[in-house]
Design a protein around this ligand. Structure first.
Ligand code: PEP
Ligand code: MG
Length: 599
């Protein structure tokens, strides 16, 4: 992250304010005195040990593992009292950390290293983590990157316990303080009381990390990846954290403080207003009802979906089942998870997608099935991989068919490019169903609907032929934009060219919607575009009536819908589709949003 440092006008008090930019990780504004958490690497020396000392050193390590387990269980008990979804979120995290201290690669590896390298336990922990980190660093998946952070956090706990260096307690921190740290662990973050601490900022950490997830679950404004943060702030200095814009202001002038106080109060009012929307329908001013569903990546998000008033799960990404493990998830394990999601949604539809692995989402458990390719995004991924190896596809289908007995479940297929792929999966579904029935397994009378993601430009252009095979469509704008514009969605160097309003993208969306409506095929959008209030009028104006998005985006999108006139939106969408210039398209949309968005 680059530092954008602006020295502003001189304030009263200690001098010029400094603005540092970082990653906007958890929205909201915090203002308070700085509390600096001591950071830096733990001092770990390497000591050689003799043959006869190996067992004693292993014993010392085993004791550190036992102490760490005890500490984590204690944190877990405390975390159970956290507000709302935070308790569940943190509990899940701590379970993962507890598992890393059981018979894991980390624990086994350290034990072996003490004996083979004849070194002290703390150094063995450090080397083992570095080695695991290196094997993870070749993977570009942000989810996996977040997991290596977890392993480091657990490793640091082990080292602290080996060198007897205790953790910093927050009990001594002044009320209303803002915490500034090199890095915070998810477990440390879970112990922050949001009633007492206003927010926090760190020098390192990613937006996909578990610490970020915990910060959002606690509603704590947070900014990460702020270089130079600790050198510039002193204990007690006033700090503003803008977790929405990704900005930290050190020693702000009076005017800045007032400005941020106003923004903080406005945000609080907006949040109260949005919370009231939960039970209200997503209906336009002229009475058109829209279905708003949730996308989830982890089962833990089910609660958030319900809390934000989701009318179903429009996309359950099943990739998580394959991550962080060496073996493949079996039918039973997948069934248990899908069934619990269906039960949890209590009669509302649940759309489970077969795995979209390959490309940039590499799972260790599939390493024997994927070979390295020059262009992985165009290679053996998603449905192509599932269809190539029925040992991967069939257990997923069996689990989904069984879970469909618990309530309305739909099966969604990623990266579809031809009608044949849908036909082949339908044959597979029928075969698996016959096999399960022969085994005496209970299945629903009608097999679940089978839908296609429309996220490849060719699929959008062939939407008529796909509509003859698919029971429903879900437009994946994330990949549709990537493949239409040849922009790697994960590459920050071309991020400025990633444009949802490019006329080519909009024409493919329009073409797909029209084909679906002509054929009577239900259609939704589940890419990130669906969760952006800015695009809502355009998507609805093009004929969409179902949007699926990250749970936290539902209230804002609902608010936009409730302020919208569908006839006007349809007219504006038509005017937009007559344009071929991106700038003109953006201007027409933003102008419509300004006039037809009274809030
Ligand atoms: C998409 O591509 O828009 C989509 C929803 O799928 P994913 O983000 O999982 O690729
Ligand atoms: Mg996709």
């Amino acid at each position: 992250m680059r530092i954008e440092e602006i020295v502003g006008t001189a304030p009263p008090g200690s001098g010029a304010e400094q603005r540092l930019s970082g990653l906007a990780v958890s929205p909201g504004i915090a203002i308070g005195p700085a509390h600096l958490v001591e950071g830096g690497d733990l001092p770990v020396a390497e000591c050689r040990i003799g043959e006869t000392e190996i067992e004693a050193e292993r014993g010392r390590f085993a004791e550190a593992v036992a102490v760490s387990l005890k500490q984590l269980r204690k944190v877990k008990t405390k975390a159970a009292a956290l507000p709302g979804s935070a308790a569940e979120e943190v509990g899940y995290l701590l379970d993962a950390h507890l598992a890393m201290l059981s018979n894991s690669r980390l624990v086994r590896g350290v034990g072996e290293r003490i004996a083979s390298a004849r070194i002290n336990a703390e150094r063995a922990v450090q080397l083992e983590i570095d080695e695991i980190g290196e094997s993870f660093s070749t993977m570009r998946d942000p989810y996996l990157a977040g997991r290596i952070e977890d392993i480091r956090v657990v490793g640091t706990r082990l080292i602290r316990n080996l060198i007897k260096k205790p953790y910093v307690a927050y009990s001594a921190v002044a009320d209303g303080a803002v915490i500034l740290a090199e890095e915070l662990t998810p477990a440390d973050t879970a112990l922050i009381d949001p009633e007492r601490i206003s927010g926090f900022a760190t020098v390192s950490g990613g937006a996909e990390s578990h610490t970020a997830i915990v910060a959002r679950a606690l509603g704590l404004p947070a900014v990460f990846a702020v270089p130079g943060l600790l050198e510039r702030a002193q204990k007690g200095t006033t700090i503003v954290i803008d977790g929405t814009q990704g900005c930290v202001i050190i020693d702000p002038c009076l005017e800045t403080v007032r400005d941020y106080e106003t923004r903080r109060d406005a945000l609080a009012r907006e949040r109260r207003g949005l919370a009231r929307l939960r039970k209200l329908p997503a209906v336009t001013r002229d009475g058109v009802e829209i279905t708003l569903e949730a996308n989830i990546e982890l089962p833990i998000e089910l609660q958030q979906a319900a809390a934000n008033g989701a009318m179903g799960l429009g996309l359950v990404r099943s990739e998580f089942l394959y991550m962080n493990r060496d073996d493949l998830p079996g039918e039973e394990e997948q069934y248990a998870i899908f069934a619990s999601l269906v039960r949890g949604m209590d009669g509302k539809p649940v759309t489970v997608r077969t795995f979209d692995l390959g490309g940039d989402k590499i799972a260790r458990s599939l390493s024997g099935h994927i070979v390295e390719a020059a262009n992985p995004a165009l290679g053996l991924r998603a449905i192509r991989l599932s269809l190539q190896d029925r040992r991967l596809l069939d257990p997923q289908l069996a689990a989904m068919l069984r879970a469909a007995c618990e309530g309305p479940l739909r099966i969604l297929l990623p990266m579809i490019s031809t009608a044949t792929e849908i036909r082949r999966v339908r044959e597979a579904v029928e075969q698996v169903a016959r096999r399960l029935r022969r085994r005496g397994v209970r299945l629903p009378k009608a097999l679940p609907p089978l839908g296609a993601m429309i996220e490849v430009p060719g699929a959008a252009l062939a939407a008529d032929s796909l509509a003859a095979e698919a029971d429903f469509f879900a437009i994946g704008t994330n990949d549709l934009i990537q493949y239409t514009l040849a922009i790697d969605r994960g590459d920050e160097q071309v991020a400025h060219l990633y444009n949802p309003l490019h006329p080519a993208v909009l024409r493919l969306i329009q073409f797909t919607i029209e084909a679906a409506l002509r054929r009577g095929v239900p259609i939704s959008v589940c890419g990130e575009m669906a969760g952006e209030p800015r695009f809502v009028a355009l998507l609805l104006g093009l004929g969409l009536r179902n949007l699926s998005m990250a749970p936290r985006n539902i209230p804002r999108v609902k608010q936009r819908i409730r302020n919208l006139d569908m006839i006007a939106a349809t007219r504006r969408a038509r005017a937009i589709m007559d344009q071929s210039d991106t700038g003109r398209i953006a201007a027409l949309l933003d102008d419509f949003n300004t006039i037809a968005w009274p809030n």
